[in-house]
Design a protein around this ligand. Structure first.
Ligand code: SF4
Length: 368
């Protein structure tokens, strides 16, 4: 247990634990989240020791494509694509392969290492699933991109077919702790989600699973989620910060500020020292001017837009990474040499995504 939560050496001791592979105690984890605002730079410095040990100064970029939007029968309270959401978002069935390939080409030009293909819905039907497999084959044939698929609940048979098609990673978030899950969704359980992650692992595909912060959870819920992700040995952990979308049951939730977000990222680095931690949805809205500080704990971000809302301009993201002294990581894990902006055509940096996003839908749809 931390004697005091106002001593720099306390945070360094937690970093030492993490580097030694030791788990923080519950009280130590609570102390990270309960620390005063004046501690934030000391916490980040300690988290950065861990981040640097496993990830150096590299930042991995992920590019998200919402290939099917809305029309979902589930009732995830945070999600504007759910059946109970009145949010005005674009709703469209699986987009044509040509548009998927356009988006993949843009991801490659933006130097994203991973192309994430997301479809809304509880679980993919056979027709949509086959379209996903076809798109995976084509993207793989054309680009040196890792492919992450986020398709909802999956059976072992489906994850095996995804592995055969060349999918590198599947995203399926646990979202929150097991005990808080009934407060955010009633149409599926925490165990349903856990089983999908297990099916992905059984197929030998890398797992991406994280959560959403700011949904009324307690500090212990934040800790429990991280402990579960550690137990499940998830490879990549997206940390989303809820944007309360008007028209969803969580439209009035305003629980986050930039320091809280940074403390959560520091805690996740201490509890998941060697795992990829990605600042995902809500980065721009909740971290605001402190976004670059998040990179001292996390080692990857999304570039471009989110599911149904625009993200920060890619040029700003690249500049943010470069200004803080970080370097872009290639798909193979090596570093880009030289100026990362050098061969970025201006039109690639400034034009909006060539995917379908309804012009009157400024809202973030939330992660899956
Ligand atoms: S998070 Fe996924 S499963 Fe839940 S409502 Fe949204 S699209 Fe449907």
């Amino acid at each position: 247990m931390l004697k005091r939560a106002n001593d720099t050496s306390d945070w360094n001791r937690l970093a030492d634990h993490a580097l030694a592979g030791e788990l923080l105690s519950r009280n130590e984890a609570r102390a990270v989240l309960a620390a005063g605002d004046e501690m934030i730079l000391d916490q980040l410095a300690a988290a950065y020791r861990v981040r640097r040990h496993f990830w150096g100064n590299r930042v991995r970029l992920h590019f998200l494509l919402n290939a099917q939007s809305g029309l979902c029968p589930e009732d995830c309270h945070y999600c504007s694509q759910s059946t109970i959401s009145a949010a005005e978002i674009a709703k469209y069935p699986m987009i044509a392969q040509e548009k998927i390939l356009d988006a993949a080409a843009r991801a490659a030009r933006l130097k994203a290492g991973t192309f994430c293909m997301v479809i809304s819905g509880r679980a993919p039907g056979e027709r949509v699933f086959n379209k996903v497999l076809d798109a995976v084959h084509e993207v793989k044939a054309r680009h040196d991109l890792k492919i992450c698929a986020c398709l909802g609940l999956l059976s072992e048979e489906q994850t095996r077919r995804l592995a055969e098609a060349g999918v590198d990673r599947v995203n399926h978030n646990l979202n929150t702790s097991e005990s808080h899950t009934p407060n955010i969704v009633s149409t599926h359980t925490f165990e349903d989600r856990r089983q999908t992650v297990r099916a992905v692992q059984a197929a030998g595909i890398t797992t991406c699973s994280g959560g959403i912060i700011g949904m009324g959870e307690s500090d212990d819920d934040v800790i429990d989620l991280a402990l579960e992700l550690r137990r499940m040995e998830v490879t990549s952990v997206p940390v989303n910060f809820l944007i309360p979308v008007p028209g969803t049951p969580f439209e009035d939730r305003q629980e986050l500020d930039p320091r809280r977000c940074l403390r959560v990222l520091c805690l996740y680095r201490f509890l998941l020292p060697s795992q990829e931690i990605r600042i995902a949805g809500g980065r721009e809205v909740h971290l605001r001017s402190l976004q670059p500080l998040g990179l001292y704990a996390a080692n990857s971000i999304f570039i471009g837009d989110y599911l149904t809302t625009g993200g920060q301009e890619p040029r700003k993201d690249i500049e943010m990474i470069r200004d803080a002294g970080f370097v872009l990581e290639k798909a193979d894990g090596s570093e880009f040499e030289g100026d990362p902006l050098e061969d970025f055509p201006e039109h690639v940096l400034q034009t909006p995504l060539p995917v379908l996003r309804h012009p009157t839908a400024p809202h973030y749809a939330g992660p899956r």
